[in-house]
Design a protein around this ligand. Structure first.
Ligand code: ADP
Length: 442
């Protein structure tokens, strides 16, 4: 096509020139045609080059021939390049969004240890500002000797433990930080919040130490009695007294092991279902148990303690009956154990305005100072160790009650006035309460 145009542009003026002036006219016509073609080509070339300076800002100009083809190919190549760029930017965004969503802190360090990028979690963990601190040396921002040694590779460990930015003695935040080399001397720094792990580890160690301590005391006493009985000839009454004391110590160990098993069952079993608990039978059992305990603890006092169980209201409870029984009897037995002879204990169920129900166990015992109240349901926490042990406590009763309450969606509420008495209550949500009419309907 281009050749045809070339031939035509020269042949037509050449022919016209030849007709007009003969051969000199033909030569002038061909030369004129060539010059016009060259001028047109130069004009297209200029427009093309001008467009090429910023091809993304405007569509290709209207050109002819090869120039048009070249402009279209350049435009297509640019379009494809732009699409590829957009695609890889989209992939990079996705990738960064995924790292942002990571529950771990991620920091990219260059070969000098300067921050190239960090995600939100890393900035929360270590107090790094993702914009302001960019290209800052990480060692200037995380000032911890153990971290400095780890960064320099001097400590030879796979990870280092640090205090987090928000760490305070009252609210500890512990981090575990790891470095992974990549690329040309770059490092990927990962930070993980291990506070819960460290705390549960400490709790586990504490728990084992507490259990060992609780078991060692009665065991030591028992071993002492056994040794005495083995080495000394004892009179019959003395022997009987020793055996009584030994029975008391083994009962204490058994109670502790029973409570430990109850707690571990509570932790390991699925949440309580919607079975209906036989509330009258449950309360009758707790009452009988409490009266027997009261008579046992105060055999000579008459009356030992004034125990009042209010009439049952017209509703039923749903949940795990044996768990509810264990919680209620722990509360009632505590009241009996800590209230002196002649004191009063009132046990009553009431409906709550939100449709829930609440069992309150109020006593006129010694009461508890306010600073102890928030810690009472911790395992093995006791206000007065000697008194709690003397009254046969394991230190796990309220921990069991709290666990049962939480498993049923409720809570353990404690109020007390030192010297006047305490009130322990088990509050259950409306989902656990069923109107008796509806419950008994077929
Ligand atoms: P324990 O087996 O030692 O009684 P609990 O977990 O049942 O363990 O109770 C924890 C502590 O709470 C007890 O050691 C006691 O100091 C205090 N406590 C519990 N109930 C009462 C109460 N009714 N009156 C006074 N103090 C109580």
């Amino acid at each position: 096509m281009r050749i045809l145009v070339f031939v035509l542009v020269q042949a037509v003026p050449g022919l016209l020139g030849w007709l007009w002036q003969g051969w000199p006219g033909a030569a002038a016509g061909v030369a004129g045609g060539s010059v016009a073609l060259l001028a047109l080509d130069a004009w297209h070339g200029r427009r093309f080059m001008r467009w090429l300076r910023a091809p993304e800002s405007s569509p290709p100009p209207a050109l002819r021939g090869l120039w048009r083809e070249a402009a279209h190919r350049v435009a297509r190549a640019l379009r494809e390049e732009r699409e590829r760029g957009r695609e890889s930017a989209r992939r990079l965004d996705d990738f960064l969004a995924a790292i942002q969503a990571s529950p771990d802190g991620v920091i990219l360090l260059d070969a000098e240890g300067r921050i190239e990028w960090c995600n939100g979690m890393a900035s929360r963990h270590l107090g790094i500002d993702p914009r302001r601190d960019l290209l800052q040396h990480i060692g200037n921002l995380v000032r911890d000797p153990a971290f400095a040694a780890h960064l320099a590779g001097r400590d030879g460990t796979a990870e280092v433990a640090l205090a987090g930015r928000d760490h305070t003695p009252a609210q500890p935040v512990r981090l575990s930080v790891q470095m992974h080399p990549y690329g040309a001397g770059h490092r990927l720094m990962l930070s993980r919040d291990v506070t819960a792990l460290v705390q549960s580890d400490a709790m586990r160690r504490n728990f084992v130490a507490n259990v060992s301590h609780e078991l060692r005391t009665p065991l030591t006493v028992l071993a002492g009695f056994v040794e005495t009985m083995q080495s000394l000839p004892l009179a019959e009454d003395e022997r009987a007294r020793y055996l009584d004391l030994m029975a008391g110590q083994s009962a204490r160990m058994k109670a502790l092991i029973d409570d430990l098993l109850t707690l571990s069952r509570l932790e390991g079993s699925p949440p309580p279902g919607a079975d209906q608990a036989d509330l009258p039978a449950l309360m009758a059992q707790c009452e009988a148990e409490a009266r027997a305990l009261s008579n046992l603890l105060h055999p000579s006092a008459e009356p030992a303690q004034r125990l009042r169980f209010a009439e049952l209201p017209g509703f039923a409870l749903t949940g795990a009956a044996h768990e509810l029984r264990s919680a209620i009897s722990n509360l009632v037995n505590n009241a009996v154990r800590y209230t002196p002879a002649g004191g009063a204990i009132d046990v009553a169920w009431q409906r709550l305005p939100d449709g829930g129900a609440r069992l309150s166990v109020a006593d006129t015992g010694p009461g508890i100072a306010p600073e102890h109240l928030s810690r009472l349901s911790e395992r093995f926490y006791r206000v007065d160790h000697s008194r709690a042990r003397a009254s046969g406590g394991t230190g796990l009763g309220l921990a069991i009650v709290k666990h049962v309450a939480q498993r049923h969606g409720g809570e353990l509420q404690i109020s007390s006035v030192l010297g006047h008495g305490s009130c322990f209550a088990l509050a259950l949500p409306a989902q656990r309460v069923r109107e008796l009419n509806a419950a008994t309907a077929p």
